[in-house]
Design a protein around this ligand. Sequence first.
Ligand code: FMN
Ligand code: SF4
Length: 479
Amino acid sequence: MAQEYRLILKYADEPGYTPDIDCYLRHGGYETLKKALAIAPKTVADGKTVSGPEQIRDDVKLSGLRGRGGAGFSCGLKWSFVDRRSGKPIYLICNADESEPGTFKDRQILHKDPHQMIEGMIISCYANDVKLAYIYIRGEFPEGARILNRALAEARAKNFLGKNILGSGYDLEIYVHRGAGAYICGEETGLIESLEGKRAYPRIKPPYFPAVLGLYQCPTIVNNVETLCNVKHIVAMGASEFAKLGTPNNTGTRIVSISGQVKKPGYYEVEVGKATIGQLINEFAGGLLDGRKLKALIPGGSSSKVFKAGEKFKLKKKGPDGMDIETEVEMLDLPYDFDSLMAAGTMSGSGAIIVIDDSTDIVEALANLGEFYAHESCGQCTPCREGSLWMSKVLHRLTHGEGRKQDADYLVKIADNIPGGRTICAFGEACSWPVQSFVAKFKDEFVAKGEADEKRRAAQTSGASATPELKIAASPQSP
Ligand SMILES: Cc1cc2nc3c(=O)[nH]c(=O)nc-3n(C[C@H](O)[C@H](O)[C@H](O)COP(=O)(O)O)c2cc1C
Ligand code: SF4
């Protein structure tokens, strides 16, 4: 049996544990901040002096921490890109947008243990010489915003924030900024635009890599809620101890949101790569509903490529002699980590597994996703704006008795023309990957639906052509 390993959610669900600062302090809260502020400069072999903040940055790099927001990029490496010589202020933004469908782990932290994230954020700000930071929280989380504002006021009152924090000479202020509710506000440059008071249009990269040109054209770090919590634990336990959690290159823990047709949907924290997808579904989430069979699984939030039940993949593993050995692994036996899922052609993304059983109409499921992406495209890039809406219209047609048997190929053709450097942000990939993978893996169902529609229409209009004139039904969200 795989076990949960609760590092970040250690106290969150304990009876009597509350989000107020007194409870947090009783559980050792803000002791890690004190430790961080007290790290003395040290002299290294070449006679160079390494400051306390620099030591924290080195530790975050050594810990192997990878971002929990979606891309799994090294946190320490991201911090090392920050332009520290520009003379401009450096900003840090906590991305609490949690907009990827299927994901509901950040809100657990925000609601149940906000001070843990705030402590991780203060330490991260100290490590990066940040004096002003923001928490960007989605508009749909009014309760989370209220809890955070209260927690920040409590932290300020105890001088964990504000001027001369705990007598260290370090000043920091953190503000909560509420979004108005749009998926694209989770994309870091769209988020920055929104924070600046503008429409959340993602910026063209380069030159707008936030570490160099971010908020107000200044160097900016954007990190996910869970990533920032991990920073606190890296400082508390030391980089090498942290790196022992999880598996090589996939260190620490991960909070996995599991939804869909399982008995116990919920969030489960596990060491990265120590539980397989099958264990997560069957042992943690209680398995599928009685009498149902697994049909498909979305492994990393709605934009990750879907798995078909029973799929097998060739993965490379290190043998005892350090040489790579290729092994065949069934989808449910894949370790749930960044690299294994990437090797299987998809991603663990925001750590959200959506289980789909054999009672589900796969075309309906994709139509649902397609409607979401068409609605959420910001509209700046033609392939994304037109492509997402077009795919949604074809899917709407297929699920409303107006399908054609060629629609499967048609969908792939549209999807193939959106990503691959044709768009400003990764939303282009995010809206194409579900279509490409659903159709590739369940093509027969798409074709069957189109054929059945054609036959029915032909029977209704006897004497008329089996393939009616191309007609795209307007989807409900058409702009
Ligand atoms: C369309 C889109 C939506 C995103 N939504 C979120 C989100 O809701 N939360 C998040 O942390 N990252 C989101 N990201 C990823 C962010 O752009 C960014 O990479 C992340 O916040 C960095 O944090 P990390 O390095 O700690 O993972 C999104 C990316 C894209 C392309
Ligand atoms: S890819 Fe889509 S969401 Fe991203 S900037 Fe272009 S139009 Fe907007």
